[in-house]
Design a protein around this ligand. Structure first.
Ligand code: IVH
Length: 668
């Protein structure tokens, strides 16, 4: 046994060393096959002797059990963002502000990696928790996925407790490979490496995340107590020594002229990098000077992000199409000759409204310049009148709705044209698409095409009809098979159980967003109560303004709507708030404020139910056992988490003990 333990130690050591050589130093000393062979050996040992499985074993690189959700965790120190500069003038102003307060300073220039900010916590040299940025104050615990990133050391060579921050990203090569696979499987490709990285880190199944080949560059430490560094450049060197991957294209420069040179160089050379960057980060190098400059509410005064200008390309405007939204707004859309910009092919772009088309003098047939706003949404910036062919005309929006023929109007103070016919087919279809969307009734598989066909064939006229659909209604549709029809009917059936806020949001009441739907559902609890609500009662609620209150009351007094709600009710669509009331959290419970880990199989309830119950008691449930864990509830076959808890001396309960305690609390 001692021999086996020694072999396990050796395998850990070798696998960590090879990972570091390959993924951090980019300089492997053994071929991949050797790494795979040793990893296989370790997996086999752990399968046969689970007591050797630890949370920092190199086998976690291949992923583990799928999770149900990501836990939300508060950052020890908030994750701030940086102020932006878009041109030389703004950079010089930043430099002037810095020098005014700190005198002449040296700057550290770093590439701004286009990925996702992550925060990695190490305790005594072991990687114990990794969070997303979230809203900067509270992030999501994505430890299991981050453990699969081989550039993140699971152990470092000093027993330090601290947090290191950086950017997780998907290398261009991995991105191309992934999209090729997606295309072959007939799935939608990711728009860019950033989205692909974000999607991968949000996989609940870390085995899938492990296949995505992500990487990371670390760029800051949040507590320098155990560091010798006196500057950002020394801190990065120290991170290198500890075994972290930092970006080697950084450069220390003497002044703003050096910064501008660095920016010029990388603007010209960024394409050749094996990963995407979206700018340059400039930091005052000296840590004492950083302290002197301090922070604003949102960001440090000692750093700024220079953002590269969005890529612009020229293409042809082939046509202008109109689309009608669910509130009747008619939006002109540019139909473009397909062109590649910022990583994807673009063939359509919003033109917003008629005024803008005139202002920019955009005509069908023109050559136009387009870019992606925020590098995501395609936009027409201007036309090139000097290249205009003969015979083009100024564009005019139609006077009547292209869907129903009703006259279009401009409501007071709005630039948008609207179709105000409540029975306009285009609006009704858009309204139904909204009803089934994820944040509304979340009916999976019911896409635009199916809804359009059902509507055009007069099988559905409103969202109420969805609950009366039969298999015979669905089977004649294009590309619909038995299985797909069954799945769809099941998804519709399941949506009946949604809590009230989903229905409220899904109805598409003007000015009623996700947040207000939640607040209203929580406050009034049932649809019946809502039918009786007064404007005054609504206005008493902090988040609700005049416009929404009026809109909701008008909506609920409409005969057609009353009939629609009855139609839904007859099919048992739930109209009650099912969520947890914030006021219902038991602050006097002995679980309040405790951090609890559930592991192993439970017999009397699912783990989700158990964590919901614990959360209602004010506890926080997390996925990994750390020094901060107060209690571990271990079901059958609890594996490495139990071992870890025992090692740390954390309190451990069996399922029976947990049930007892539940009973005791419920009967109080
Ligand atoms: S320093 C106080 N350095 O850019 C924030 N950020 O708003 C300190 N980023 O989301 C950030 N590369 O994740 C820093 N070399 C780098 C960076 C970098 C990318 C991201 C960061 C944040 C955004 C800045």
């Amino acid at each position: 046994m001692a021999e086996l333990a020694a072999r396990v130690q050796e395998l850990h050591h070798l696998l960590n060393k090879y990972s570091h050589e390959y993924y951090v130093q980019d300089n492997p000393s053994v071929p991949d096959s050797e790494y795979d062979k040793l990893l296989r050996e370790l997996i086999d040992i752990e399968n046969a002797h689970p007591e050797y499985k630890t949370e920092d074993s190199p086998t976690v690189r291949v992923g583990g059990e799928a999770q149900v959700t990501f836990n939300k965790v508060r950052h020890d120190t908030p994750m701030l963002s940086l102020g932006n500069a878009f041109n030389e003038e703004e950079l010089r102003r930043f430099d002037a502000r810095v020098r005014e307060k700190a005198g002449k300073v040296e700057y550290m220039c770093e590439l701004k990696i286009d990925g996702l900010a992550v925060s990695l916590k190490y305790e005594e040299g072991r990687f114990v928790q990794g969070l997303t940025r979230g809203d900067g104050t509270i992030g999501e615990d994505i430890t299991a996925n981050l453990r699969t990133i081989r550039a993140i050391p699971l152990r470092i060579n000093k027993p330090l407790t601290f947090e290191v921050r950086g950017e997780a990203y998907m290398p261009k090569k991995s991105f191309e490979h992934l999209n090729q696979q997606k295309e072959e499987a007939g799935e939608q490709a990711f728009a860019n490496p950033r989205n692909a990285a974000a999607g991968s880190l949000r996989q609940l199944d870390s085995k899938l995340a492990s296949k995505r080949r992500l990487s990371v560059f670390l760029y800051s430490v949040n507590d320098f107590t155990n560091f010798h560094a006196e500057s950002q450049s020394e801190a990065l060197d120290e991170l290198d020594e500890l075994g972290f991957k930092t970006n080697q294209n950084r450069k220390r420069v003497a002044d703003i002229e050096g910064v501008l040179e660095y920016i010029k160089y990388w603007t010209a050379h960024r394409e050749a990098l094996p990963y995407d960057i979206d700018g340059i980060v400039i930091k005052v190098n000296d840590l004492e000077e950083q302290d002197e400059l301090g922070f604003t509410q949102k960001s440090p005064r000692w750093a700024i992000a220079y953002k590269f200008p969005a890529e612009e390309v020229v293409t042809k405007l082939l046509d202008i199409e109109l689309s009608i939204g669910r509130t009747g707004v008619v939006t002109p859309t540019a139909v473009l000759e397909p062109v590649r910009v910022a990583g994807t092919t673009v063939s359509r772009a919003s033109l917003h409204n008629e005024d803008l088309i005139h202002e920019k003098d955009i005509r069908i047939g023109d050559s136009v310049v387009i870019k992606k706003a925020g590098d995501i949404i395609p936009e027409v910036i201007r036309s090139l009148p000097e290249r205009r062919p003969e015979g083009t005309e100024t564009y005019h929006m139609p006077t009547h709705c292209p869907s129903c023929g009703h006259e279009l109007v401009r409501l007071d103070g709005e630039v948008a044209l609207r179709c105000i016919n409540p029975k306009c087919p285009a609006q009704l279809v858009e309204g139904m698409i909204h009803f089934v969307s994820r944040q509304a009734m979340n009916i999976d598989g019911l896409g635009t095409k199916i809804i359009m066909q059902l509507y055009e064939n007069e099988i559905i006229k409103d969202v109420g009809d969805l609950y009366y659909l039969t298999k015979d209604d669905l089977l004649p549709l294009e590309r619909m098979g038995e299985k797909k029809a069954d799945n769809l009917l099941k998804a519709i059936e399941d949506s009946k159980d949604n809590s009230l806020e989903h229905l409220l949001f899904g109805l598409g009441i003007r000015h009623l967003g996700v947040k207000a739907s939640q607040v209203i559902a929580e406050r009034f609890e049932t649809m019946d109560r809502l039918f009786k609500v007064t404007e005054e009662e609504l206005l008493e609620i902090h988040d609700i303004g005049d416009k929404l209150a009026t809109s909701l009351i008008t909506y609920l007094n409409n005969e057609d709507i009353i009939a629609l709600i009855e139609k839904l009710r007859r099919k048992n669509v739930n109209m009650t708030y099912e969520g947890l009331k914030t006021t219902e959290i038991q602050t006097d419970s002995e679980f309040n404020g405790k951090t609890v880990v559930l592991t192993g199989k439970l017999h009397n309830m699912t783990r989700t139910e158990a964590s919901k119950w614990l959360e209602a008691q004010g506890a926080k449930t997390t996925s990994s056992v750390t020094k901060n864990t107060d209690l571990v509830i271990a079901g059958e076959d609890a594996g490495s988490k139990l071992t870890k808890a025992e090692k740390l001396g954390t309190e451990v309960w069996s399922e029976e003990e947990f049930m007892e305690k539940q009973k005791e609390i419920e009967n109080k």
